[in-house]
Design a protein around this ligand. Structure first.
Ligand SMILES: Cc1cc2nc3c(=O)[nH]c(=O)nc-3n(C[C@H](O)[C@H](O)[C@H](O)COP(=O)(O)OP(=O)(O)OC[C@H]3O[C@@H](n4cnc5c(N)ncnc54)[C@H](O)[C@@H]3O)c2cc1C
Length: 398
């Protein structure tokens, strides 16, 4: 038996939380235990394939529709954070795709009319359909409104013709539909005005997707989406014409929180793997986890993980309660979780040394995947800009 066959990560962290979230966490862990094995995770990462079967099971278990009926209320941010942390710690790429699905659900809840909710939201809730969110473009993701070259022009019959290119669109290859943002008006007072959201079936003529070869999140294809005179009926405008980007900004709080939850999961998964390794790997007649240099680094990383968890919980609670401070807490949680993920995966790689490099064990995957949340959905630098302005009351720094 080889060393990797022998290796078992430490058991998942026992997390203290309110009963309803503990029960939800248990349910998600049971679903994953029945479906996800280390071999399966490895297979999807190596093959750069999406685990669509797992996605369908998540939908069938009601985990996409976590907030009751349409327009319903409930502790959805806290519940989504639980699901996403568990996915982040295991099938991370599916977790990343779920951040996008929750965003789609939110946008459709908030801005979809009855017909759009019937056509697009209901199958999304059941996990029978999958959506991609197409905002970023080759010339810029951070200042995307100013960089946006994708144009939608209204034709005489009221329908729209959309042309342009979107970049880094997660899961676009096998999505059923896209929420697509395009510039619809040039005469805007601010660059963020004059942009509209469209609901577009991916099979619409004129849409071509190409997979981009990326270092991480390989279980969810990142795509170039080319749009050439894509015809979209007026009925598929989502929300208010020319105010689409503002409407998206309104959901960014949820995305920050959800990104933080996946990053926290990556950090926890990496920590469990590192601690399992540090206990069983020996050097000089002792477990390597007994060497103080390594042990203290693991301890420092675990403090970052628990600090991120507390900030995330506070932010999610404030968001569910509709408190005004929620957005700054969410931004802080996102920064703390991305830091916890990059720090823990770094010390995890050091702890495993040569075995960290081995593609048959998960540390290298956590290490690669952790990079995503340093820049998505918003870069850490822009997140700091936001906190500086909103929390510290300093002048806008850009
Ligand atoms: C795996 C993956 C999945 C993705 N999924 C999606 C998706 O599903 N849909 C989608 O639309 N997009 C997606 N993206 C794109 C992602 O949202 C962008 O990469 C991100 O917004 C950053 O944009 P950029 O890469 O163009 O960086 P740039 O905007 O070019 O930024 C470059 C650097 O400049 C810094 N910077 C810029 N402005 C400022 C400022 N004012 N102050 C301080 N620093 C600044 C940034 O922080 C960064 O460090 C994905 C990307 C990846 C790699």
């Amino acid at each position: 038996m080889s060393i990797q066959d022998d290796f078992k990560p430490a058991p998942p962290a026992d997390i203290t939380e309110a009963e309803e979230f503990a029960a939800l966490r248990k349910r998600v862990r049971a679903l994953l235990a029945g479906h996800v094995t280390p071999e399966r995770l490895n297979k999807f990462d190596e093959a750069e394939e999406y685990d669509v079967e797992l996605y369908r099971e998540i939908g069938a278990a009601g985990l996409i529709k976590l907030d009751g009926e349409l327009h319903g209320h409930g502790p959805k941010h806290q519940a989504q954070a639980v699901v996403l942390e568990e996915l982040g710690a295991g099938p991370t790429s599916v977790g990343v795709s779920m951040v996008v699905q929750y965003m789609g659900v939110q946008l459709l809840h908030s801005y979809g009319n009855e017909a759009q909710q019937e056509e697009f939201l209901a199958p999304l809730h059941r996990g029978e359909a999958k959506m991609s969110f197409a905002l970023s473009e080759p010339d810029g993701g951070t200042d995307v409104a100013r960089a946006m070259k994708t144009r939608a022009t209204q034709l005489a019959d009221g329908s729209w013709s959309v042309s342009g290119q979107k970049k880094w669109i997660g899961g676009a290859m096998d999505a059923d539909y896209l929420i697509l943002l395009a510039r619809t008006s040039e005469i805007s007072r601010a660059a963020i005005d004059g942009i509209t959201m469209f609901l577009v079936p991916r099979s619409t003529p004129g849409i071509r997707t190409e997979v981009i070869d990326t270092m991480g999140i390989r279980g969810l294809a990142q795509c170039d989406v080319y749009l050439d005179d894509v015809r979209v009926p007026e009925a598929n405008v989502l929300g208010e014409r020319d105010r689409g980007f503002r409407q998206v900004l309104g959901t960014l709080n949820g995305e920050r929180l959800n990104g933080a939850a996946v990053a926290l999961g990556i950090a926890r998964g990496a920590m469990e793997t590192a601690v399992g390794w540090a206990r069983q790997r020996h050097a000089f007649g002792r477990a390597v986890g007994s060497f103080q240099g390594l042990q203290h680094s693991l301890v420092d990383a675990s403090v970052k993980i628990e600090s991120a968890r507390l900030l995330l919980r506070q932010a999610a609670e404030a968001s569910d309660a509709g408190q005004g401070t929620n957005e700054t807490w969410s931004a802080m949680a996102k920064l703390a979780a991305s830091d916890a993920a990059t720090t823990t995966t770094d010390i995890g790689m050091r702890t495993m040394a040569g075995w960290g490099f081995f593609r048959g064990l998960p540390m290298q995957r956590y290490f690669r995947d952790a990079r995503l949340y340093t820049f998505a959905p918003l870069t850490d630098e822009m997140t700091r800009n936001y906190i500086g302005e909103k929390h510290l009351g300093l002048p806008r720094s850009f």
